[in-house]
Design a protein around this ligand. Structure first.
Ligand code: KIV
Length: 274
């Protein structure tokens, strides 16, 4: 398993960190097998897999269920789980600490906390209890409504400064790395230069210490809107539709199952008496 120390060292060695989301056993198996450094059980599970409107709609039950499936598949990557909205922003303090511990008991190496008022203090408490925390600033979907929606953040002086301050606060709280989501690349570059801990960008340009994508976006499996910053490396959605159509055609025409996909009784057994 990749350790916190190894992830931090990648920044000084200028070895870009790769992170992808995964929410189930097969995706985690393939991402881990391909050598991804960190697998994030993101709360994007809500929109990407469960068809919900907002990440605020899922809780610890769903997150733990999917985290356990991911952990079962992973051999080398670090597994990080998102603290869902209710687990830290609604149920803060001692409740949040207990929730973070549940992710570690499920087999994760760390948890991720999206920025909110009081987030740095909570991160510090969780870290002091021995649980590594990854921060997340910029566009934070759990509080997107307060940020004017799912759009680029930090485009004016005041909000850019706030993001820089928030990133600094997460480092001071003891976070081992930080996600920068949907901010201008110039701001991401400043933060990356300023911080000792690695930055992992998503829609934050090339000057971060690493990059993260939602695996369904990368594979062309996203049914909801795909953001401009994510790149589709293959169109599996199209291939799935084609394969399913072919199956339907072969079943309805009697082509499937053929002899190669069927079983026979050993010779001499037939005919059986009814
Ligand atoms: O939940 C998620 O997928 C995330 C990534 C966008 C970093 O937090």
């Amino acid at each position: 398993m990749k350790t916190v120390k190894e992830i931090i060292a990648q920044k000084s060695k200028k070895e870009p960190i790769t992170m992808l989301t995964a929410y189930d056993y097969p995706m985690a198996f393939f991402a881990d097998g391909a050598g991804i450094d960190i697998i994030l059980v993101g709360d994007s599970l809500a929109n990407v897999v469960l068809g919900l409107e907002s990440t605020t709609e899922i809780g610890m039950g769903e997150m733990l269920h999917h985290t356990k499936a991911v952990v079962r598949a992973v051999r080398s990557a670090m597994v990080v789980a998102d603290m869902p909205y209710g687990s830290c922003q609604v149920d803060g303090g001692p409740g949040a600490l207990g929730h973070a511990r549940q992710f570690i008991e499920a087999g994760c190496q760390a948890v991720k906390l999206e920025w909110f008022e009081g987030c740095a203090q909570l991160a510090s408490k969780i870290i002091q209890s021995g649980i590594p925390v990854m921060g997340h600033v910029g566009l934070t979907p759990q509080t997107a409504q307060q940020l004017g929606g799912m759009k680029v953040q930090g485009r004016d002086r005041a909000s850019a400064q706030a993001i820089i301050n928030n990133a600094q606060a997460m480092q001071e709280a003891g976070c081992f790395s930080i996600v920068l989501e949907c901010i201008p690349q110039e701001i991401a570059q400043m933060i990356t230069r300023q911080l000792k801990i690695p930055t992992i960008g998503i829609g934050a340009g090339p000057y971060c210490d690493g990059q993260v994508l939602v695996i369904h976006d990368l594979l062309g499996l996203t049914v909801c809107n795909q953001p401009k910053f994510s790149k589709k490396y293959v169109d599996l959605g199209k291939q799935i539709t084609e394969a399913v159509k072919q199956f339907k055609k072969e079943v309805t025409s009697g082509q499937f199952p053929d002899d190669a996909h069927s079983f026979h009784m050993p010779p001499g057994f037939l005919p059986l008496s009814p």
